[in-house]
Design a protein around this ligand. Structure first.
Ligand code: AMP
Length: 426
């Protein structure tokens, strides 16, 4: 479907043309008309489907149509991370480049004063993370009385990150009559509960089935011993002449360590995680986008919201604790219909995590053994220790998922039964 059948103004169509989009993506085809009609929407759309334009374009269209030209906040978008907030705001500015309006991004980790100053001068659209928005509400430096459209983006991640109470507090400050949109990659019970409270007779849009991965991602598991992962990664990067590689680790510590080692191997790498200042993260991302940094080594939370066109390689240096995070990670590649590779380097300790992911996907991921890096069956598996942050973040999910008995008996299981899960090379 072409954009010009979606009742969008010439200014928006020109901006879409400038962005180089040819056709509206499935989520855009469904969501844009609904939002223009004024409906509440519950959309299951993972990142990479074009959901941002799905809500931004009709929001801008409504702003353009509105007779009220006062600079009061009419659109509020909440995102779980700073990077995503910045990305969404950038997209809104691009889509609205031929319109007159003001959009402001509000997040923590940077001085609050410039935000107060801009809010005071008046803005039409605010894209915010919950914490800093609450700070502004408490200090009464923001007024949400005029909000007509409220968008909760990546709601599942918001809940994972423990933002539910903040979200409830923010919702309480919004006018009762408003349009609400909720986007989520997954449709858990918790999301439905939140949706029931937030949305008013919503239209449900399910673009991709829950937990399905982006079709174009080629997934591969490479079995390898833990202590040889770094060597294998450097080897693969060199042999394949891989550029723009997003590498995931479970911890900030591992992200730092791996970054150092990759740099020692002559691969320009930068760590990207929550202990880095916002300025450092923004700069790293810029260098990565420009191709000056070849490997970005990130943790799950920090990587959320990274939007890079045609990111070709996602490497799971360590599998995530939560199977859902695997889906989020590999959603970083093969965006907007491009092809991409998601390669997981898996050691014996991680077989349980791999099984969890395959259960969620409902299929087994292809495995490939790299000659010279075969696993050593004499190495016994060791339990993976979870750090405090991830335990805090995932407490509720762990409760559900963990089978303590199995977990603790990992060591006692025979070595051969462990490595048997790795299939023969194909
Ligand atoms: P999102 O799912 O909103 O994060 O968008 C993922 C990527 O797809 C972004 O880089 C967008 O610029 C791009 N995109 C969004 N809509 C389209 C479209 N209709 N055609 C091509 N690319 C698009």
């Amino acid at each position: 479907m072409l954009f010009n059948s979606l009742n969008l103004s010439k200014e928006l169509l020109d901006a879409i043309h400038k962005k180089g989009y040819q056709k509206a993506s499935p989520v855009q085809q469904q969501v844009i008309p609904l939002v223009l009609e004024g409906k509440d929407v519950l959309a299951s759309a993972q990142t990479g489907t074009g959901k941002t334009a799905g809500f931004s374009l009709p929001l801008l269209q409504k702003l353009q149509n509105s007779k009220d030209k006062s600079s009061q906040i009419k659109g509020l978008i909440l995102t779980p991370t700073r990077e995503l907030a910045a990305q969404v705001a950038e997209n809104i500015r691009e889509y609205g480049c031929y319109l007159r309006f003001k959009a402001l991004v509000i997040y923590g980790g940077v001085s609050i004063n410039p935000q107060k100053y801009k809010l005071n001068k008046g803005v039409d659209i605010v894209v915010a993370t919950p914490g800093r928005l609450l700070d502004h509400l408490q200090q009464q430096t923001i007024n949400l009385d005029s909000v007509e459209m409220f968008v909760l983006d990546e709601a599942d991640r918001m809940l994972d990150m423990g933002f539910i109470r903040d979200i409830r507090k923010i919702i309480k400050t919004l006018p009762a009559v408003r349009q609400n949109l909720l986007f989520s990659a997954t449709f858990s019970k918790e999301i439905r509960l939140l949706a029931n409270n937030l949305l008013n007779s919503p239209t449900v849009v399910e673009v991709t089935p829950p937990y399905s991965t982006v079709d174009k991602v080629k997934q591969l598991v490479i079995p390898v011993d833990k202590q040889r992962k770094r060597e294998l990664l450097s080897y693969q990067i060199g042999m394949g002449n891989w550029q723009q590689i997003l590498v995931f680790t479970r911890t900030k510590h591992m992200a730092n360590r791996l970054t150092e080692r990759l740099n020692e191997d002559g691969i320009i790498a930068s760590a990207f995680h929550g202990n880095k200042s916002q300025a450092a993260r923004t700069n790293t991302l810029k260098q990565f986008k420009l191709g000056k940094v070849r490997a970005l080594v990130a943790t799950d939370i920090a990587a959320r919201g990274i939007d890079i066109n045609a990111l070709p390689y996602v490497i799971n240096y360590e599998l995530p604790y939560l199977p859902e995070d695997y889906i989020h990670r590999i959603g970083r590649t093969a965006r907007a219909g491009q092809e991409g590779y998601a390669i997981s380097l898996v050691c014996v300790d991680e077989i349980k995590l791999l099984k969890g992911i395959e259960k969620l996907l409902n299929y087994q991921i292809e495995q490939k053994i790299i000659a010279g890096f075969e696993i050593d069956p004499r190495i016994p598996p060791e339990p993976i220790r979870k750090n405090k942050t991830s335990i805090k973040r995932n407490k509720s999910n762990f409760k559900k998922n963990r089978n303590k008995k199995n977990y603790n008996s990992r060591r006692s299981r025979s070595k051969s039964s462990k490595s048997k899960y790795f299939r023969k090379s194909n």
